[in-house]
Design a protein around this ligand. Structure first.
Ligand code: NAD
Ligand code: UD1
Length: 318
């Protein structure tokens, strides 16, 4: 199959690319490397990478003249919540307008498409109480990022309803795994913690570490998406993508202590403003389609540490 991954040089995209390339599919990536890294996709043939902005309509038109894609993963986005708060006009151009434009081009040019996958976020639920989050939970965006992600998933759904484009949206919960960049204070907490253990740095808990999240290992995320792609009933729908298991930061920290067999320094600061205390997804609809998370938190962290340590170029998918 021909597979297009927008934002494919990033954390999730590069893992998806490696997975599908290992299954002998042709993977094309378009990425402007704003938060991604070319080293993440060192396995990809050079000609299959297009360094371009997803807003560049000419490049997109040319790409769709050249290829008929079977699967498109649309991951390219301004992913930093802080950036979307600082400049929502700029981020909505990437996160909403470019999604709409991509859907329009697909509708016009890519007739044989089997699936368009949109990466939405648990952020759409905001801070409203009531767990686990299911598809009937209230949507309450707390940032331009969350509004933009909701708009993207809804446009994807609408293009299915109006024009029959085979779209599926996923609200990713807290994804972790190899190639996640730990270098910002707002990076995923597991990548930051792992980096502290690896380099004997002090880890900062915002709050007391009792806050919980639904941490999903990248391989489970990929298996859920792959399962949905192979199941036509998932077309036109949006799914939560987590594990259905709630894990505290303290638990993650003690798992790292076991894996690394050492202690590191910690400090405690105030809870972050707007931080959610607890989060977990209801994944029943995906389980009904055959998704079965394989990585509990200990297995996931262990696999992550094995792959992340020194060998970013080592193959994760055979
Ligand atoms: P990432 O930053 O590693 O990947 C995003 C990629 O998109 C990067 O490679 C970046 O260079 C590229 N990009 C950004 N703007 C672009 C543009 N204008 N044109 C072309 N490429 C552009 O982030 P990630 O964690 O891999 O996230 C992938 C997707 O999943 C994003 O849409 C994100 O919003 C969503 N998501 C991620 C999580 C998570 O836990 N990581 C949770 C919820 C949703
Ligand atoms: C996630 C998203 C965020 C989105 C939010 C809304 C990621 C990486 N972030 O944030 O974009 O706005 O969902 O649902 O997916 N923490 C520490 N120390 C650190 C870093 C984090 O204690 O060094 C704490 C945070 O305060 C938070 C928890 O760890 O309580 C998880 O943080 P993070 O990984 O950023 O994820 P979310 O807060 O869930």
């Amino acid at each position: 199959m021909n597979i297009l991954i927008t934002g494919g040089a990033g954390f999730i995209g590069s893992n998806l690319a490696e997975f599908y390339q290992s299954k002998n599919h042709k993977v094309i990536i378009i990425d402007n490397l704003s938060s991604g890294n070319i080293e993440n996709i060192s396995f990809l043939p050079k000609n299959n990478f297009i360094e371009a902005d997803i807003q560049d309509n000419n490049t997109l038109e040319k790409l769709f003249d050249e290829y008929n894609f079977d699967i498109i993963f649309h991951l390219a986005a301004v992913v930093s919540v802080v950036e979307t708060i600082e400049d929502p006009f700029k981020s909505q151009k990437v996160n909403i307008e470019s999604t709409l434009n991509l859907l329009k081009i697909i509708k016009e040019k890519n007739k044989g498409l089997k699936r368009f996958i949109f990466a939405s976020s648990a952020a759409v639920y905001g801070n409203v109480e009531g767990l686990p989050k299911n598809m009937d939970s209230l949507i309450s965006p707390e940032s331009p990022y969350a509004i933009e992600k909701f708009a993207g998933e809804q446009y994807s759904k609408l293009f299915n309803k109006l024009y029959g484009v085979p779209t599926t949206g996923f609200r990713f919960f807290n994804v972790y795994g190899p190639k996640q960049n730990p270098n910002s204070t707002y990076s995923g907490v597991i990548s930051i913690m792992q980096n502290c253990f690896e380099n004997n740095k002090t880890f900062t808990f915002y709050g007391d570490g009792t806050q919980t999240r639904d941490f999903v290992y990248i391989k489970d995320l990929i298996s859920a998406i792959d399962c949905a792609i192979n199941n036509e009933i998932t077309i036109g729908k949006t799914y939560n993508l987590g594990t259905g298991v709630e894990t505290s930061l303290n638990k993650i920290f003690s798992e790292f202590e076991k894996i690394y067999n050492k202690k590191i320094n910690v400090e405690y600061k105030e809870f972050r403003k707007g931080d959610i205390k607890n989060s977990v997804s209801d994944i029943t609809p995906l389980i009904e389609q055959g998704y079965k998370p394989q990585f509990g938190i200990s297995e996931g962290l262990e696999s992550y540490v094995n792959f992340s340590n020194n060998n970013i170029k080592e193959k994760c998918y055979e």
